[in-house]
Design a protein around this ligand. Structure first.
Ligand SMILES: Nc1ncnc2c1ncn2[C@@H]1O[C@H](COP(=O)(O)OP(=O)(O)O)[C@@H](O)[C@H]1O
Ligand SMILES: [Mg+2]
Length: 355
Protein backbone atom coordinates (compact mmCIF):
# COMPACT_ATOMS: atom_id res chain seq x y z
CA UNK A 1 0.00 0.00 0.00
CA UNK A 2 1.11 3.52 -0.72
CA UNK A 3 0.99 6.61 1.43
CA UNK A 4 -1.87 8.88 0.49
CA UNK A 5 -0.87 11.62 2.91
CA UNK A 6 2.64 12.25 4.22
CA UNK A 7 3.78 14.84 6.71
CA UNK A 8 7.44 15.25 7.47
CA UNK A 9 8.89 17.61 10.03
CA UNK A 10 5.70 19.64 10.17
CA UNK A 11 5.54 22.53 12.63
CA UNK A 12 2.70 24.98 13.10
CA UNK A 13 2.92 28.22 15.06
CA UNK A 14 0.03 30.50 15.93
CA UNK A 15 2.12 33.60 16.63
CA UNK A 16 4.49 32.41 19.35
CA UNK A 17 2.36 29.40 20.24
CA UNK A 18 3.84 26.12 18.97
CA UNK A 19 0.72 24.10 18.11
CA UNK A 20 2.29 21.24 16.08
CA UNK A 21 5.77 20.05 16.97
CA UNK A 22 7.80 18.23 14.35
CA UNK A 23 5.03 15.95 13.13
CA UNK A 24 6.03 12.93 11.01
CA UNK A 25 3.05 10.97 9.86
CA UNK A 26 2.28 8.65 6.96
CA UNK A 27 -1.35 7.87 6.19
CA UNK A 28 -1.71 4.89 3.92
CA UNK A 29 -4.13 4.74 1.05
CA UNK A 30 -7.30 2.98 2.15
CA UNK A 31 -6.55 3.31 5.86
CA UNK A 32 -8.84 4.68 8.53
CA UNK A 33 -6.59 6.79 10.74
CA UNK A 34 -7.80 8.34 14.00
CA UNK A 35 -6.10 11.36 15.57
CA UNK A 36 -6.93 11.22 19.26
CA UNK A 37 -5.89 13.20 22.30
CA UNK A 38 -7.17 15.61 24.91
CA UNK A 39 -8.79 18.90 23.97
CA UNK A 40 -6.26 21.47 22.76
CA UNK A 41 -3.56 18.96 21.76
CA UNK A 42 -3.61 20.04 18.09
CA UNK A 43 -5.87 17.49 16.39
CA UNK A 44 -8.00 20.02 14.54
CA UNK A 45 -4.93 22.06 13.64
CA UNK A 46 -3.36 18.99 12.07
CA UNK A 47 -6.54 18.06 10.19
CA UNK A 48 -7.11 21.63 9.02
CA UNK A 49 -3.50 21.73 7.81
CA UNK A 50 -4.22 18.68 5.62
CA UNK A 51 -7.26 20.45 4.19
CA UNK A 52 -5.33 23.66 3.64
CA UNK A 53 -7.50 25.64 6.04
CA UNK A 54 -4.32 26.33 8.04
CA UNK A 55 -0.91 26.82 6.51
CA UNK A 56 1.95 24.90 8.07
CA UNK A 57 4.92 26.94 9.29
CA UNK A 58 7.69 24.49 8.37
CA UNK A 59 7.96 20.96 6.99
CA UNK A 60 6.36 19.21 4.05
CA UNK A 61 2.87 17.94 3.37
CA UNK A 62 2.26 15.60 0.44
CA UNK A 63 -1.05 14.26 -0.80
CA UNK A 64 -0.92 11.46 -3.38
CA UNK A 65 2.77 12.22 -3.87
CA UNK A 66 2.38 15.93 -4.57
CA UNK A 67 3.65 18.67 -2.27
CA UNK A 68 0.66 20.63 -0.99
CA UNK A 69 2.24 23.29 1.22
CA UNK A 70 1.16 26.14 -1.04
CA UNK A 71 -1.84 24.54 -2.76
CA UNK A 72 -5.18 26.19 -1.86
CA UNK A 73 -7.87 24.06 -0.14
CA UNK A 74 -10.16 23.62 -3.14
CA UNK A 75 -7.30 22.22 -5.22
CA UNK A 76 -6.23 19.61 -2.65
CA UNK A 77 -9.03 17.25 -3.50
CA UNK A 78 -9.80 16.33 0.11
CA UNK A 79 -13.19 16.66 1.80
CA UNK A 80 -13.85 17.81 5.37
CA UNK A 81 -16.86 16.49 7.32
CA UNK A 82 -17.58 18.67 10.34
CA UNK A 83 -19.43 18.13 13.58
CA UNK A 84 -21.82 20.98 12.83
CA UNK A 85 -22.87 19.46 9.45
CA UNK A 86 -22.75 22.94 7.82
CA UNK A 87 -25.71 22.13 5.58
CA UNK A 88 -27.45 24.91 3.67
CA UNK A 89 -30.82 25.24 5.44
CA UNK A 90 -32.69 26.74 2.48
CA UNK A 91 -31.61 23.94 0.11
CA UNK A 92 -33.09 20.46 -0.19
CA UNK A 93 -30.92 17.41 0.42
CA UNK A 94 -30.41 17.05 -3.32
CA UNK A 95 -29.43 20.70 -3.69
CA UNK A 96 -27.05 20.37 -0.75
CA UNK A 97 -25.46 17.35 -2.38
CA UNK A 98 -25.07 18.86 -5.82
CA UNK A 99 -24.01 22.36 -4.73
CA UNK A 100 -20.27 21.72 -5.09
CA UNK A 101 -20.82 20.19 -8.55
CA UNK A 102 -23.08 22.99 -9.74
CA UNK A 103 -20.64 25.74 -8.80
CA UNK A 104 -18.09 23.92 -10.94
CA UNK A 105 -20.46 23.95 -13.88
CA UNK A 106 -21.45 20.28 -13.91
CA UNK A 107 -24.57 19.92 -16.10
CA UNK A 108 -27.80 19.65 -14.10
CA UNK A 109 -28.75 16.15 -15.24
CA UNK A 110 -25.29 14.82 -14.47
CA UNK A 111 -25.33 16.40 -10.99
CA UNK A 112 -28.76 14.91 -10.32
CA UNK A 113 -27.56 11.47 -11.33
CA UNK A 114 -24.50 11.80 -9.06
CA UNK A 115 -26.75 12.81 -6.15
CA UNK A 116 -29.00 9.81 -6.72
CA UNK A 117 -26.03 7.45 -6.81
CA UNK A 118 -24.53 8.78 -3.62
CA UNK A 119 -27.93 8.86 -1.90
CA UNK A 120 -28.35 5.18 -2.71
CA UNK A 121 -25.02 4.41 -1.00
CA UNK A 122 -25.84 6.40 2.12
CA UNK A 123 -29.52 5.50 2.45
CA UNK A 124 -30.87 8.94 1.56
CA UNK A 125 -32.77 8.03 -1.62
CA UNK A 126 -36.17 8.80 -0.09
CA UNK A 127 -35.04 12.04 1.49
CA UNK A 128 -33.63 13.95 -1.49
CA UNK A 129 -36.55 16.41 -1.53
CA UNK A 130 -36.42 17.24 2.17
CA UNK A 131 -34.90 20.27 3.86
CA UNK A 132 -32.28 19.84 6.61
CA UNK A 133 -34.78 20.91 9.31
CA UNK A 134 -36.94 17.92 8.31
CA UNK A 135 -34.13 15.44 9.05
CA UNK A 136 -32.93 13.71 12.21
CA UNK A 137 -29.40 14.28 13.49
CA UNK A 138 -28.22 11.00 12.01
CA UNK A 139 -29.75 11.81 8.62
CA UNK A 140 -28.12 15.24 8.59
CA UNK A 141 -24.82 13.61 9.34
CA UNK A 142 -25.36 11.32 6.36
CA UNK A 143 -26.09 14.30 4.12
CA UNK A 144 -22.85 15.92 5.28
CA UNK A 145 -20.96 12.75 4.41
CA UNK A 146 -22.75 12.35 1.09
CA UNK A 147 -21.78 15.86 0.15
CA UNK A 148 -18.17 14.87 0.66
CA UNK A 149 -18.53 11.55 -1.17
CA UNK A 150 -20.02 13.13 -4.28
CA UNK A 151 -16.72 14.85 -4.98
CA UNK A 152 -14.70 11.58 -4.99
CA UNK A 153 -11.97 13.13 -2.87
CA UNK A 154 -8.51 11.64 -2.31
CA UNK A 155 -9.24 11.60 1.42
CA UNK A 156 -12.08 12.22 3.85
CA UNK A 157 -11.22 14.39 6.84
CA UNK A 158 -13.56 14.13 9.82
CA UNK A 159 -13.40 16.57 12.74
CA UNK A 160 -15.37 15.11 15.67
CA UNK A 161 -18.36 14.48 13.41
CA UNK A 162 -20.42 12.68 16.05
CA UNK A 163 -20.03 15.01 19.04
CA UNK A 164 -23.51 16.51 18.58
CA UNK A 165 -25.32 13.19 18.57
CA UNK A 166 -26.75 11.33 21.56
CA UNK A 167 -24.88 8.29 22.85
CA UNK A 168 -26.93 5.58 21.12
CA UNK A 169 -26.84 7.30 17.73
CA UNK A 170 -23.12 7.93 18.12
CA UNK A 171 -22.47 4.20 18.52
CA UNK A 172 -24.63 3.50 15.47
CA UNK A 173 -22.97 6.20 13.33
CA UNK A 174 -19.48 4.90 14.20
CA UNK A 175 -20.33 1.65 12.47
CA UNK A 176 -22.04 3.41 9.61
CA UNK A 177 -19.05 5.66 8.89
CA UNK A 178 -16.64 2.78 9.09
CA UNK A 179 -18.81 0.62 6.80
CA UNK A 180 -19.06 3.48 4.32
CA UNK A 181 -15.29 3.92 4.40
CA UNK A 182 -14.84 0.23 3.60
CA UNK A 183 -17.48 0.27 0.86
CA UNK A 184 -15.93 3.29 -0.86
CA UNK A 185 -12.37 2.06 -0.41
CA UNK A 186 -11.73 5.55 0.96
CA UNK A 187 -8.79 7.02 2.86
CA UNK A 188 -10.11 8.60 6.06
CA UNK A 189 -8.56 10.75 8.77
CA UNK A 190 -10.81 11.03 11.79
CA UNK A 191 -10.29 13.43 14.69
CA UNK A 192 -11.82 12.59 18.05
CA UNK A 193 -11.11 13.16 21.74
CA UNK A 194 -12.89 9.87 22.46
CA UNK A 195 -10.42 7.01 22.66
CA UNK A 196 -13.21 4.41 22.39
CA UNK A 197 -14.26 5.94 19.08
CA UNK A 198 -10.64 5.90 17.90
CA UNK A 199 -10.05 2.33 19.04
CA UNK A 200 -13.24 0.92 17.54
CA UNK A 201 -13.24 2.76 14.20
CA UNK A 202 -9.63 3.08 13.15
CA UNK A 203 -7.01 0.68 11.93
CA UNK A 204 -4.28 3.21 12.73
CA UNK A 205 -4.47 5.32 15.89
CA UNK A 206 -2.32 8.41 16.44
CA UNK A 207 -2.21 9.61 20.05
CA UNK A 208 -1.34 13.29 20.44
CA UNK A 209 -0.51 15.47 23.42
CA UNK A 210 0.45 19.14 23.39
CA UNK A 211 1.32 19.24 19.70
CA UNK A 212 3.37 16.03 19.77
CA UNK A 213 2.61 12.54 18.48
CA UNK A 214 3.15 10.40 21.57
CA UNK A 215 2.54 7.06 19.87
CA UNK A 216 0.90 5.63 16.78
CA UNK A 217 0.01 2.11 15.76
CA UNK A 218 -2.72 -0.47 15.59
CA UNK A 219 -5.36 0.01 18.28
CA UNK A 220 -4.64 -3.13 20.27
CA UNK A 221 -0.88 -2.60 20.05
CA UNK A 222 -1.37 0.73 21.81
CA UNK A 223 -3.50 -0.98 24.43
CA UNK A 224 -0.99 -3.81 24.92
CA UNK A 225 2.25 -1.82 24.80
CA UNK A 226 1.78 1.88 25.53
CA UNK A 227 5.17 3.60 25.23
CA UNK A 228 4.61 5.91 28.18
CA UNK A 229 2.33 6.65 31.10
CA UNK A 230 0.33 9.21 29.14
CA UNK A 231 -0.69 6.78 26.40
CA UNK A 232 -1.25 4.05 29.00
CA UNK A 233 -3.66 6.28 30.90
CA UNK A 234 -5.36 7.65 27.80
CA UNK A 235 -6.12 4.35 26.00
CA UNK A 236 -8.48 2.01 27.84
CA UNK A 237 -11.62 2.48 29.86
CA UNK A 238 -11.85 2.63 32.81
CA UNK A 239 -8.36 4.11 32.85
CA UNK A 240 -5.29 2.15 33.88
CA UNK A 241 -4.37 2.22 37.59
CA UNK A 242 -0.96 3.68 38.44
CA UNK A 243 0.83 2.52 41.58
CA UNK A 244 4.17 3.83 42.88
CA UNK A 245 6.74 1.04 42.98
CA UNK A 246 10.43 0.43 43.53
CA UNK A 247 12.82 -2.20 42.17
CA UNK A 248 13.27 -5.08 44.65
CA UNK A 249 16.62 -6.08 46.22
CA UNK A 250 16.82 -9.34 44.26
CA UNK A 251 16.81 -7.44 40.96
CA UNK A 252 13.88 -9.49 39.65
CA UNK A 253 10.93 -8.09 41.57
CA UNK A 254 9.19 -4.83 42.42
CA UNK A 255 7.59 -3.59 45.60
CA UNK A 256 4.22 -1.95 45.06
CA UNK A 257 3.27 0.82 47.46
CA UNK A 258 -0.46 0.90 48.11
CA UNK A 259 -0.16 2.13 51.67
CA UNK A 260 0.83 -1.49 52.34
CA UNK A 261 3.89 -2.82 50.53
CA UNK A 262 3.57 -5.81 48.30
CA UNK A 263 6.45 -7.62 46.61
CA UNK A 264 5.71 -8.91 43.12
CA UNK A 265 8.09 -11.31 41.40
CA UNK A 266 8.71 -10.51 37.73
CA UNK A 267 10.04 -12.80 35.04
CA UNK A 268 12.69 -10.22 34.13
CA UNK A 269 15.36 -7.97 35.64
CA UNK A 270 14.72 -4.57 37.22
CA UNK A 271 17.40 -2.43 38.81
CA UNK A 272 17.14 -2.65 42.64
CA UNK A 273 15.89 0.61 44.15
CA UNK A 274 14.80 2.08 40.81
CA UNK A 275 11.78 4.32 41.22
CA UNK A 276 8.91 3.13 39.05
CA UNK A 277 5.26 3.54 38.30
CA UNK A 278 3.40 0.27 37.87
CA UNK A 279 0.37 0.35 35.59
CA UNK A 280 -2.39 -2.21 35.93
CA UNK A 281 -5.64 -2.20 33.99
CA UNK A 282 -8.87 -2.54 35.99
CA UNK A 283 -9.93 -5.49 33.82
CA UNK A 284 -6.70 -7.35 34.62
CA UNK A 285 -7.36 -7.51 38.36
CA UNK A 286 -9.45 -10.30 39.82
CA UNK A 287 -11.13 -10.50 43.21
CA UNK A 288 -9.78 -13.28 45.42
CA UNK A 289 -10.59 -14.42 48.97
CA UNK A 290 -9.18 -11.93 51.50
CA UNK A 291 -6.94 -14.63 53.03
CA UNK A 292 -5.36 -15.78 49.76
CA UNK A 293 -2.00 -14.26 50.69
CA UNK A 294 -1.87 -11.49 48.06
CA UNK A 295 -3.13 -7.94 48.26
CA UNK A 296 -5.74 -7.39 50.95
CA UNK A 297 -7.67 -4.16 50.53
CA UNK A 298 -10.76 -2.43 51.89
CA UNK A 299 -13.52 -1.57 49.41
CA UNK A 300 -14.65 2.07 49.13
CA UNK A 301 -17.31 1.97 46.38
CA UNK A 302 -19.16 -0.73 44.45
CA UNK A 303 -21.06 0.22 41.28
CA UNK A 304 -23.00 -2.26 39.20
CA UNK A 305 -24.33 -1.81 35.68
CA UNK A 306 -25.75 -5.32 35.49
CA UNK A 307 -23.21 -6.43 32.93
CA UNK A 308 -20.22 -5.43 35.04
CA UNK A 309 -19.29 -4.44 38.58
CA UNK A 310 -16.90 -1.53 39.20
CA UNK A 311 -15.02 -1.61 42.48
CA UNK A 312 -12.98 1.27 43.91
CA UNK A 313 -10.62 0.41 46.75
CA UNK A 314 -9.97 2.50 49.86
CA UNK A 315 -6.20 2.49 49.29
CA UNK A 316 -3.66 5.17 48.39
CA UNK A 317 -3.68 5.41 45.47
CA UNK A 318 -7.14 4.00 45.02
CA UNK A 319 -7.55 1.16 42.55
CA UNK A 320 -10.32 0.60 40.04
CA UNK A 321 -11.27 -3.02 39.46
CA UNK A 322 -13.77 -4.29 36.89
CA UNK A 323 -15.49 -7.60 37.40
CA UNK A 324 -17.63 -9.14 34.66
CA UNK A 325 -21.25 -9.61 35.66
CA UNK A 326 -22.29 -9.30 39.31
CA UNK A 327 -20.15 -9.56 42.42
CA UNK A 328 -21.34 -10.11 45.97
CA UNK A 329 -19.19 -7.35 47.39
CA UNK A 330 -20.16 -4.28 49.39
CA UNK A 331 -18.45 -1.10 50.47
CA UNK A 332 -16.55 -1.46 53.75
CA UNK A 333 -15.70 -5.11 53.15
CA UNK A 334 -12.08 -6.30 52.82
CA UNK A 335 -11.26 -8.30 49.71
CA UNK A 336 -8.22 -9.93 48.18
CA UNK A 337 -6.96 -8.84 44.78
CA UNK A 338 -4.97 -10.89 42.34
CA UNK A 339 -3.35 -10.27 38.95
CA UNK A 340 -0.77 -11.85 36.68
CA UNK A 341 2.60 -10.04 36.99
CA UNK A 342 2.80 -10.18 33.17
CA UNK A 343 -0.12 -7.73 33.09
CA UNK A 344 1.92 -5.03 34.85
CA UNK A 345 3.14 -2.13 32.73
CA UNK A 346 6.29 -0.62 34.23
CA UNK A 347 7.26 3.01 33.67
CA UNK A 348 10.24 4.96 34.93
CA UNK A 349 8.95 7.31 37.66
CA UNK A 350 11.02 10.20 36.31
CA UNK A 351 10.66 9.96 32.53
CA UNK A 352 7.31 8.10 32.60
CA UNK A 353 8.64 6.02 29.71
CA UNK A 354 7.97 2.29 29.46
CA UNK A 355 10.86 0.15 30.73
N1 LIG B 1 -6.40 30.33 15.21
C1 LIG B 1 -5.71 30.10 16.34
N2 LIG B 1 -4.95 31.06 16.92
C2 LIG B 1 -4.25 30.82 18.03
N3 LIG B 1 -4.24 29.65 18.70
C3 LIG B 1 -4.97 28.65 18.17
C4 LIG B 1 -5.77 28.83 16.99
N4 LIG B 1 -6.39 27.65 16.72
C5 LIG B 1 -6.03 26.79 17.72
N5 LIG B 1 -5.18 27.40 18.59
C6 LIG B 1 -4.55 26.75 19.76
O1 LIG B 1 -3.81 25.64 19.32
C7 LIG B 1 -3.99 24.54 20.22
C8 LIG B 1 -4.53 23.36 19.47
O2 LIG B 1 -5.85 23.62 19.05
P1 LIG B 1 -6.72 22.56 18.28
O3 LIG B 1 -5.96 22.04 17.13
O4 LIG B 1 -8.04 23.18 17.98
O5 LIG B 1 -6.89 21.42 19.39
P2 LIG B 1 -7.85 20.14 19.43
O6 LIG B 1 -8.57 20.05 18.14
O7 LIG B 1 -6.94 18.99 19.69
O8 LIG B 1 -8.77 20.36 20.59
C9 LIG B 1 -4.91 25.03 21.31
O9 LIG B 1 -4.13 25.41 22.41
C10 LIG B 1 -5.62 26.20 20.71
O10 LIG B 1 -5.96 27.15 21.68
MG1 LIG C 1 -10.64 20.16 17.72
Amino acid sequence: MTDQIELSGVNKYYGAYHALKNIDLAIRKGSFTALVGPSGCGKSTLLRSLAGLESISTGTLRIAGETMNKVPPRKRDVAMVFQSYALYPHMTVEENLTYSLRIRGTPKAEAKKAAEEVAATTGLSNLLGRYPRELSGGQRQRVAMSRAIIRHPKAFLFDEPLSNLDAALRVHMRKEIRALHDRLGATSVYVTHDQIEAMTMADHVVVMRAGIIEQQGRPLDLYDRPVNKFVAGFIGSPAMNFIPAIGGEDGRSIILDLGQRQAIGLGYAVEPGRKLIAGLRPEHITVAPADSGGLKVPVAVVESTGSATYITTATTPELAVVVNGRAEISAGETIGLDFAPAQLHLFDAQTEKRL
